[in-house]
Ligand binder design. Structure first.
Ligand SMILES: *Cc1c(COP(=O)(O)O)cnc(C)c1O
Length: 387
């Protein structure tokens, strides 16, 4: 019988050594030794599975990858030093000059920069579609479209796209579907079940969940991961064993943390829904969310992020942020601590005003990552700051 999610996140471990450690030790080593020259040759020739060098593989990193593969239902994976290196590698290892990438416009700021600023330099074409107009996507597919990239829910717009529909579309046109699953985590949503070929993660967020380390992962089809692995093995965005060790430990509590993040976010969104100083309160678990039905179909719950606009635009938004006493002003999310961020001046500051507005980032938009503090204290802090 196959184990369930929680069990896999806890019981997938590096085999114990003769020391019989209960908690997996930290393998802080840059390389691995061989008994003889023949073994070493065979390892380098991929004839024998062995750790060679921590840029290629390491027991702690492999444990983290194995867990992530089980949780996402992926055949294979590779872990990277950050979410951005995972996303970059998942694209650049598979796309070549003359290929076309079709991407949702509402994607993470740095992903937008890779696609818009760097890909044209290397002859990789791109177009953006509006996630709220999914009927336009098929018409935008070109002969050279090799990959479709989406983020659902998106950061910070919380836009949601139907993964089942995208999975079918990509199968029909023989296109790689690449999904950034950072906001949902595999606990809430498993894109591969809907037909995604690749899932990318910033492990820095909910997977660590405690704001300590950077990390990333690409998971999915074996043949694609092999290309990505070979690219990373040569270019070097490997995850550090220490960070992998931290992230593997974090995964043990992912399910209970996500349950609480979702509960607190829903209670926060419900409490603020009709607040006179706010408008456009958005949360995938609220009936008022434009893609509520899709969220319900593909996500276990609404996630931990709530967004709203403080009436009065930029100045009112800044005043609100300055009035917070407990919530942290920082760019991270998915932490135990509740975090307030102003995307227009931070995570998406490299986009033009026009590009920001196109993806719903108004000057007064505030993104709240609901933490694990008592919900009464979270709501209390936000309400006093609004006063
Ligand atoms: C943070 C984030 C990233 C980038 O991850 P890093 O670990 O900071 O490199 C990518 N996608 C989304 C949706 C994110 O929130």
């Amino acid at each position: 019988m196959e184990n369930k999610f929680e069990t896999n996140s806890i019981r997938t471990q590096v085999p114990v050594t003769e020391n019989m450690e209960h908690s997996v030790p930290l393998y802080l080593t840059s390389s691995f030794v061989f008994d003889n020259a023949e073994d070493m040759r065979a390892a380098f020739a991929d004839e024998k599975e062995a750790n060679i060098y921590s840029r290629f593989s390491n027991p702690n990193v492999q444990e983290f990858v194995d867990k992530m593969c089980l949780l996402e239902g992926a055949e294979a994976g590779y872990a990277t030093s950050s979410g951005m290196s995972a996303i970059f590698a998942s694209m650049i290892a598979l796309l070549k000059s003359g290929d076309h990438l079709l991407s949702a416009s509402s994607i993470f700021g740095a992903t937008h920069t890779i696609v818009t600023k760097y890909f044209p330099k290397w002859g990789i074409e791109h177009s953006y579609f509006d996630i709220s107009k999914p009927e336009t996507i098929e018409k935008m597919i070109k002969k050279n479209t090799k990959m479709i990239f989406v983020e659902t829910p998106s950061n910070p717009g919380l836009d949601i796209i139907d993964l089942e529909m995208l999975g079918k579309l990509c199968k029909k046109h023989n296109i790689i579907l690449n999904v950034d699953n950072c906001f949902a985590t595999p606990y809430l949503q498993r894109p591969i079940e809907f037909g995604a070929d690749l899932v990318t993660h910033s492990a820095t967020k909910y997977i660590d969940g405690q704001g300590r380390v950077l990390g990333g992962a690409v998971l999915g089809r074996k043949d694609l991961i092999k290309e990505i692995y070979l690219f990373c093995r040569s270019t070097g965005p490997a995850l550090s064993p220490f960070n992998a060790w931290v992230l593997s430990k974090s995964l043990e509590t992912l399910s209970i943390r996500m349950e609480k993040h979702c509960e607190n976010a829903l209670r926060l969104a419900t409490a603020l829904q009709y607040h006179p100083k706010l408008e456009k309160i958005k949360y995938p678990g609220l009936l008022s969310h434009p893609q509520y039905e899709i969220a319900k179909k593909q996500m276990k719950s609404g996630g931990g992020i709530v967004t709203f606009n403080v009436k009065g635009g930029l100045e009112a938004g800044k005043k609100f942020l300055d009035g917070l006493k407990m919530c942290s002003l920082t760019a991270n999310l998915g932490d135990t601590r509740t975090i307030a961020t102003h995307p227009a001046s931070t995570t998406h500051s490299k986009l033009t005003e026009e590009e920001r507005l196109a993806v719903g980032i108004t000057p007064g938009l505030v993104r709240i990552s609901a933490g694990l503090e008592n919900i009464i204290d979270i709501i209390g802090d936000i309400e006093q700051a609004l006063k």
